[in-house]
Write a protein that binds this ligand. Structure first.
Ligand code: SAM
Length: 246
């Protein structure tokens, strides 16, 4: 049996590809790419001559049997997406699931992902966080998704396209309040990388005069944990603890 390598690729800066990723991409029999033209540029840059097979959200069901057959014949394949880690708001999960079910070994080749790259430099708590990908474009699904954030104490990571950024900031303001801290990470690892930090309200003002452009990852502070005391007994206990502590 062959192996499936799930390969992380750069999210902007080509220097972020690993030595191992290059070696694997050169070694495999074929590369299943989300967009063969896009990945073609990466392969050209690193002089990788491996043939590509297109594998994207619109053809993944038809392509899976062919890829599985290749793996079962002993070929090794690499799976890449346009940028970052396959399967993270990108195609990949279904192929991995198919391989796991067919006892094909799946080997992750780590690389950057916009979510964690943004989080690590955001300055917001990174000990506990939730990655929520893209919000639904509109309707009840979007409202339901946003409603789930209301009580969320963990840092929230969202991907957003430039043309929906303003709407998303408005919706975050309605759901989480104008004062919530947000970090807008733009064009990570690229020439115009910027981190903007402030409240949701200030972010809305900023984009009133400026058109969102480029790629955006949003890092949103979780709901502050406020200790509430419900009963007289609990209050008495709290006071006693404070007295005991001197
Ligand atoms: N698989 C990718 C990953 O691991 O990061 C994410 C793919 S998703 C289709 C693309 C979204 O990721 C963009 O719309 C943007 O929200 C975010 N993103 C990707 N590259 C980025 C970058 N260089 N700077 C900021 N956000 C980025």
């Amino acid at each position: 049996l062959g192996e499936l390598y799930v390969v992380g690729t750069p999210i902007g800066n080509l220097e972020d590809i690993s030595f191992r990723a290059i070696r694997i991409l050169k070694m495999v029999d074929a590369i299943a790419s989300e967009d063969t033209r896009h990945t073609g540029k990466l392969l050209h840059h690193f002089e990788i001559k491996t043939p590509q097979i297109s594998y994207h959200q619109h053809n993944h069901k038809q392509r899976a049997p062919e890829l599985l057959a290749r793996l079962q014949q002993g070929q090794s394949l690499a799976l890449v997406s346009d940028a970052g880690l396959p399967g993270i708001s990108d195609p990949g999960y279904e192929l991995v699931q198919t391989c796991v079910a067919a006892n094909i070994n799946v080997v992750p080749i780590p690389g950057p992902s916009a979510a964690l790259t943004a989080l690590t430099a955001s300055g917001l708590p990174s000990d506990r966080f939730c990655f929520e990908g893209f919000l639904a474009a509109k309707g009840a699904e979007r409202r339901d998704h946003l409603a789930q954030f209301e009580a969320e104490p963990r840092t929230i990571i969202l991907y957003e396209s430039p043309h929906r950024l303003r709407q998303t900031l408005q919706d975050l303001c309605t759901t989480l309040g104008a004062d919530r801290q947000i970090v807008i990470a733009r064009e990570l690892t690229k020439l115009h990388e910027t981190f903007w930090r402030g409240t949701v309200e200030d972010a809305i003002s900023k984009y009133e005069t400026q058109n969102p452009r480029g790629e955006y990852t949003l890092i949103i502070a979780g709901k502050p944990i406020v200790e509430t005391v419900h009963t007289d007994d609990e209050l008495r206990q709290k006071l006693q603890t404070l007295i005991d502590q001197g």
